[in-house]
Design a protein around this ligand. Structure first.
Ligand SMILES: [Mg+2]
Length: 262
């Protein structure tokens, strides 16, 4: 038997897809559990590696589904990418292999874009369902001309009803294969950049937080590597069978989010 928490934490960091949400709906007990935690004064934040929706879109969706949420309580890989780039390349010139929401967020944050390889300071690879040979050519030329190479996330595919969609790992691999240059930084889960963004919102020490997620190699690994207790939910991609043979060991295992409440 795997333990469930025997006390409440001061803050709960929830992965979204597979943990709180399944497609367009809340997972059963997610709404009640989050409402209870908030009623006892606990902080909640929500995480996603998916940069194809803005944090405002996620906040609006949660609010519509009965979990009132502000944009600042949502941290996705595009937000973390912006924080990262503001520190190392403020106002820099980018070539973005990514979809419109990521591009708009980067433009609003003061970055400029160019298709001219000689002007590009950094290539940003991301989940891009509009990926083309022309984009690959520009990324190739820019990296060969000295641009840096960063990525929002490294997920292989994004689960959707009845299957999956090739995710950022495929765009990263295409660029790495032709340039023979490895991506320098991936800011999404399980990176410490994501944890810094979370703690910047929560303003609490790691020992007061519990990270709740459905994926061992992103959510749970990020908690373990950063000293945050973790709860794996079996409501998403990880089955009990997968968990049994994994070297990644969560602090707790929950059948549903209700198990978070002692
Ligand atoms: Mg998930």
């Amino acid at each position: 038997m795997h333990p469930t928490p025997n006390h409440l934490y001061d803050a709960y960091i929830f992965d979204l897809d597979g943990t709180v949400l399944l497609g367009e709906a809340l997972l059963s007990s997610a709404g009640d559990t989050i409402a209870y935690l908030r009623s006892t004064g606990k902080k909640t934040v929500f995480l996603s590696n998916n940069p194809t929706h803005t944090r405002q879109e996620y906040a609006d969706k949660l609010t519509r589904l009965g979990v009132p949420t502000q944009a600042k309580e949502v941290i996705n890989s595009s937000v973390v990418m912006i924080d990262f780039l503001k520190r190392i390349l403020p106002g820099g010139c980018l070539f973005v292999v990514g979809e419109t929401p990521l591009q708009e967020e980067l433009l609003q944050a003061g970055f400029i874009f160019s298709n001219d390889a000689d002007r590009v300071d950094a290539v940003i690879a991301s989940f891009d369902r509009t990926f083309t040979y022309r984009k690959l050519q520009i990324a190739f030329d820019a990296i060969r001309a000295g641009a840096r190479f960063f990525a929002t996330n490294a997920d292989r595919y994004c689960p959707v009803p009845n299957g999956g969609e090739p995710d950022a790992a495929a765009m990263i691999a295409a660029i790495e294969a032709c340039t023979n240059v490895q991506v320098e930084v991936i800011v999404g889960k399980p990176s410490h950049y994501m944890v810094e963004a979370i703690l910047g919102v929560l303003k609490l020490p790691v020992e007061d937080c519990l990270l709740v997620g459905d994926r061992l190699e992103t959510d749970i690994l990020m908690g373990i590597e950063n000293g945050i207790d973790t709860a794996l939910t079996l409501t998403g991609v990880t089955t009990a069978t997968v968990l049994e043979v994994s070297p990644i060991r969560p602090t707790y295992v929950c059948q549903s989010l209700l198990d978070l409440i002692p």
